[in-house]
Structures are given as C-alpha cells and as structure tokens.
Design a protein around this ligand. Structure first.
Ligand code: M6R
Length: 370
C-alpha cells in the first residue's frame, strides 16, 4: 500500500506530506461504523460502564506526538467532557504523577519505541492505570506492553520530520473523542453526524491544500534568510502553531518559537519589531475577531505576518500581507488541513537552504535514549 521508496519524489518528507489525504482516508474508513452513524474502536476493550466511569485522562508523548496530544485534549474535553492532562513523556516519567482510580493514560508514539514515552507507559502501569497506546508500528514495544493499542495506519514514515503520522494521530484523537462522547452520551446524534460528514470530506479537502504551494514557496525563500520566526495561535490553532514551529526548527535549523496569542502582551511583544516574521494560525470562527485584533497589533509594530486561515475569513486580509486559505471545515478538523501549509513551509525553506531535508543533523527517527 505505502512503499518505502521515494516513488519519484525528491525527498521522503515531500512524499509523506502528499500521502496525507490517503492516510486520512484509511484512518477514518476503518473507524466509521458501517451505517455511518457512529465511531468504532473494536480493538479497545473498554466497556460502556468503564467509559462512563473515566474520571480523567493523561496523555504522554514526545515531539510531534505530544502536539497531537494537545489537540486531543481539546477534542476530548470539548466533546466527551472528560478532563485531560497532556504531558511531555520525559517529564511525566519523573514527576511521580498522581493517577487516581478512574484515570486512563494514553501514550502516543509513531514508532512505539521512544524511550521516554515507553517509560511513561511503564510508570502509568506501575501506578495501576490502564494504558492505551496510539502507535503506527505493529508489534512495537509499546503495542506489546499497553493494555489496548490503537494503530494509526499511516504506513512507514521515513523522513525524520513527522508529517503523515501526525495527521493520522490527529484523526485518531478526533475519532476517539467522538467514541468517548458517544459512550458517555455527551454528544447528540445531530452533532455526531455533522462532524462525521465533515470528516468524510477531509480527504478531498486535504488534496486541495496540497495543490496550492506557489505562494508558500515564495515565503519559504524569504524564511531561508531568517534567524528567528514566531508562530502564534489560540487553542487548537496554538497546538498547530507548535507543530509548525517544530517542523521549521528541525528541518531548517531556524530558531522558531510558538507563542499562544494571548500571551503576546505578557512579554513576547517586546520582541516584535519591524520585519519580524510571524506565522499566525487563525482557523477558529469563534476567535476570528480576537485574532484579527491581535494580528493588527503585531503588524502595527512592523511585524511581517503570514496567516493560515479558513476560507471565509477574508477580513484577515485587512490585517496581514499574506493569507493562506484552507478549505472550510468543522473547526475541530481545521488542524488537519492547517498543518499542511506549515509542513510545506518547513520543507521548502529547508530546500531553499540546501539542507538534508530527510536527515536533519543531530536527529534520529526513533529516540531510544533518554
Ligand atoms: O516515534 P515517536 O512518535 O514517539 O517520536 C516522537 C518524537 O521523537 C518525534 O515526533 C520527533 O519530534 C519528530 N522528529 C518530529 O518531527
């Protein structure tokens, strides 16, 4: 299905970015119930009673998988109304977390081998929690040690910069949140249908985003000469901004920092001056007005802001020079589309700098040491 060759692409990263529509399709089609009315996770052995009794969820992961966890927190809390804590696995393992009865722990890992995430899994099990692993690799250590395993079906990911695995992880987190919400009767059938029908449209919409790279290449050419780039967003958009930051850092060696937009005035604003490059993610309708005001403030100080926004948010063109649009979708699903321009930005900036895109310096695909 997914080959381990470049299949005509210059780099694995580019190939894997392009595989995302298929990955989304494969991940969703296995999970949406035959009649299309709900979500199934047959491999998870939680009974309805156990789902109802979940008091708290902890998610532990590293890097990109941690960013998928941050989005997962948004989904689970908003849909299933279960409190979620997301933690970097290397912190979780040494923090002596308090896991009370009724706590479910989820670890997310593309490889299923990351040392810190594995240690978090073991710590959680030692403390008596039930652990679900979300991983991309069959028979990985995490898949063997967890109580339940949810496989992302992204196929082998070769580039060190994770792209399609992130898409699959996000999709699983949305679907799992819907599954928990249904099990707890926290979601009505109308909302469930609304989200599921948007999920089914995602593959086509992701393909559209893949086709639109001209302006991104130009921006990447400009970024290639920069030393620092800021990313910003609120809520789900902040989670995506963090992922965009990591992609840029690891592939281009440019210092990048994600700042929650609301935090700007609490210190970071002092860094904003003429020509500072900022990527703002603005896909959430309920935050549109606030974001427009915040971005205006940045451009007033001379920052050069590029926005990734949802179609229909054209008023943002009044506050920034460049707006990249993703197709209109349900706000929960926007991260799955908004991340694609950010992945391209990192990719084309690395290419413009003549760097080894698939094998950035100092990094390995699976981090087996702490
Ligand atoms: O295999 P894992 O998902 O556990 O890996 C976690 C991180 O090492 C990984 O996501 C890393 O941050 C990537 N290079 C990001 O692109």
């Amino acid at each position: 299905m997914y080959s381990i060759e470049k299949d005509g692409y210059v780099h694995f990263m580019l190939k894997e970015i392009h595989e995302q529509p298929q990955v989304l399709q494969d991940t969703m089609s296995a999970r949406i119930s035959a009649g299309g009315a709900g979500v199934v996770f047959n491999e998870v052995s939680l009974s309805l009673e156990e789902i109802k009794n979940i008091k708290k969820i902890h998610i532990a992961a590293c890097g990109t998988a941690y960013h998928a966890g941050l989005a997962g927190k948004n989904y689970i809390e908003r849909l299933a109304r279960i409190p979620v804590e997301v933690e970097i696995a290397s912190e979780f393992r040494y923090r002596r977390p308090i896991l009370e009865p009724g706590t479910l722990v989820m670890v997310i890992s593309q490889s299923g081998e990351t040392a810190d995430t594995l240690a978090a899994l073991r710590e959680a099990k030692n403390l008596g929690a039930r652990v679900i692993a979300v991983t991309n690799v069959m028979d990985s250590t995490m898949s063997r040690e967890a109580d339940d395993v949810i496989y992302t079906v992204a196929g082998p990911e070769i580039a060190i910069a994770s792209t399609k695995a992130y898409a699959a992880q996000l999709m699983i987190m949305v679907l799992f949140a819907l599954y928990l919400a249904a099990g707890r009767s926290a979601i009505g059938s109308e909302e469930m249908q609304e989200i599921l029908s948007e999920i089914k449209e995602l593959t086509t919409k992701a393909r559209r985003v893949l086709m639109d790279t001209g302006e991104l290449k130009k921006l990447a050419g400009e970024f290639a000469g920069r030393g620092d780039v800021f990313f910003t967003g609120r809520c789900l958009d902040y989670a995506v901004a963090m992922e965009g930051t990591l992609k840029l850092k690891e592939t281009t060696y440019i210092h990048a920092e994600a700042i929650a937009t609301g935090e700007m005035r609490h210190g970071p604003m002092a860094l904003i001056e003429k020509n500072v490059p900022i990527v703002a993610v603005a896909t959430q309708e309920n935050l549109l007005e606030t974001m427009a005001g915040n971005i205006q403030e940045l451009t007033n100080r001379g920052a050069s802001v590029a926005i990734v926004a949802m179609e229909g948010f054209e008023e943002l063109e009044k506050v920034a020079g460049r707006v990249f649009y993703i197709p209109k979708t349900h706000p929960f699903l926007a991260p799955l589309l908004a991340v694609i321009p950010l992945q391209f930005l990192a990719y084309y900036t690395a290419v413009a700098k003549g760097l080894d895109v698939d094998q950035p310096r100092n990094l390995t695909k699976s981090v087996s040491a702490e």
